[in-house]
Design a protein around this ligand. Structure first.
Ligand code: LLP
Length: 403
């Protein structure tokens, strides 16, 4: 059973209150297994992009599956270490950060991808050939579900533009730096396998310029279905294409290359459910508003990216279908869905948002002085509270009252 049923969700909402994020461990495991099975026989290493969901229990669970962890900040590195992930299984793919943070990552002994020439130079001067690193490149490829989550194009801030490769080589020569990997990440929600192949082609052109490569890192970005009937990235096809690409381009440097991936959404998006409760119904001439006890303080994706999240009224799954606009209680326009067909909605009904595992809780805030929601992990068919919702004290925790 990969999808949590309505009864389980209702009982969790009853026990822990709403709003609440619920994660299904078995689904995460199934997704990870699909990846590893598809890439069987290909030299791959998967690093879960933990920015999608960093609860330490999730990190521990994903680590226990044999998956590595990709981090985007030093605090994520510290969380992964705290979760018991060995430094050798942690990757820090930095972006736009101060050199001191890269030094901290190096002290922790994790793998590092450096994304600017300035930091590469500082790193080379300090560590020379003693700490091999990867470099994050910008391949000038347009990809991803929308521009806000597209990161490899020629106006993107991410990575060192490939047209600056000669400068990179100069820094390497001057500092004896050892480059062990080439990294790209072109975006999130990339359905088209050809985009990954294009990325590989770009990297293969560069490989002969580097003497010590042991990996190429293609980043994350596998698409998962958000809408009913929608298709995600065909992982099987991707694996076949990666295999083909390696057959056409045997590594010119001789040593075997491992392919690294950093999936975030693929591992946790579908494993997550966000349960809210209807505060009030408001029929108007334009639409019937359903106000739930949440808003973009808890799930910002619909407002920030126009992202679509499937919604279901689990309190009335067989009720007649009507159209509703689901909105939040934040004192701003926080529309989750406009004129969406739902089973008849009544005050106090429970509405579930699907695909809430990735970038849901993680992007939540205390805006309007609302509490962040609780998180529950369903493991071996048992629901465990893995984060309490905030309390009033949390709102005051770091304030220093001087008046
Ligand atoms: N690797 C790097 C270097 C990344 O920047 C990201 C995501 C990933 C891996 C994982 O990408 P994924 O497999 O999850 O697509 N908040 C946005 C998504 C932003 C992704 C940022 N980087 C959303 O909710 O759609």
């Amino acid at each position: 059973m990969q999808q949590l049923n309505n009864l389980t969700l209702i009982s969790i909402a009853t026990q822990y209150g709403t709003p609440v994020y619920v994660y299904h461990a078995e689904k995460i495991k199934a997704q990870y297994q699909q990846l590893t099975q598809a890439f069987e026989g290909i030299n791959t290493r998967f690093f879960y992009a933990c920015k999608a969901l960093t609860n330490v229990n999730i990190l521990k669970y994903i680590g226990s599956l044999g998956c590595n962890i990709d981090c985007s900040s030093i605090n994520e590195v510290k969380l992964a270490l705290y979760a018991g992930i060995p430094a050798g299984n942690i990757l820090y793919t930095s972006n736009g950060i101060a050199f001191s943070e890269i030094e901290e990552a190096a002290e922790a002994g994790v793998h590092i991808n450096i994304d600017s020439i300035a930091n590469l130079e500082k790193f080379g001067k300090k560590y020379g050939n003693t700490y091999p690193v990867g470099i994050r490149l910008r391949p000038n490829i347009m990809a991803g579900g929308n521009l806000k989550i597209s990161t490899g194009h020629n106006k993107s801030k991410f990575g060192i533009p490939i047209d600056q490769i000669d400068e990179v080589l100069k820094v390497i020569n001057q500092t004896n730096l050892i480059i062990k990997g080439l990294h790209i990440h072109t975006g999130s929600e990339i359905k088209d396998v050809a985009v990954f192949v294009e990325g590989i082609e770009v990297l293969f052109d560069l490989i002969p310029k580097f003497q010590h490569l042991s990996y190429i890192d293609l980043g994350g970005g596998f698409k998962v279905p958000y809408k009913e009937q929608e298709e995600g990235t065909n992982i099987q096809l991707l694996a076949e294409e990666v295999k083909k690409a390696f057959a056409v381009h045997p590594n010119p440097n001789g040593q075997p290359l491992t392919v690294w991936f950093e999936p975030g959404k693929y591992l946790v998006s579908e494993a997550g459910y966000f349960i809210t409760q209807v505060n009030v119904m408001k029929p108007t001439s334009a639409t019937t508003f359903v106000s739930v006890n949440s808003g973009f303080n808890h799930l910002i994706r619909p407002m920030f990216y126009d992202a679509y999240h499937r919604i279901q009224n689990i309190s009335n799954p067989n009720g007649p279908i009507h159209h509703y606009s689901v909105v939040g209680y934040i004192c701003e326009t926080d529309t989750f869905a406009w004129n969406r067909p739902l089973n008849e909605v009544r005050e106090n009904d429970l509405l579930v948002f699907y695909n809430a595992g990735a970038y849901g809780f993680e992007m939540s805030s205390n805006y309007n002085s609302r509490f962040k929601p609780a998180e529950v992990l369903v493991l071996n068919n048992e629901a465990h509270l893995i984060r309490k919702s905030d309390s009033f004290e949390d709102l005051l925790k770091n304030q220093l009252i001087i008046l």
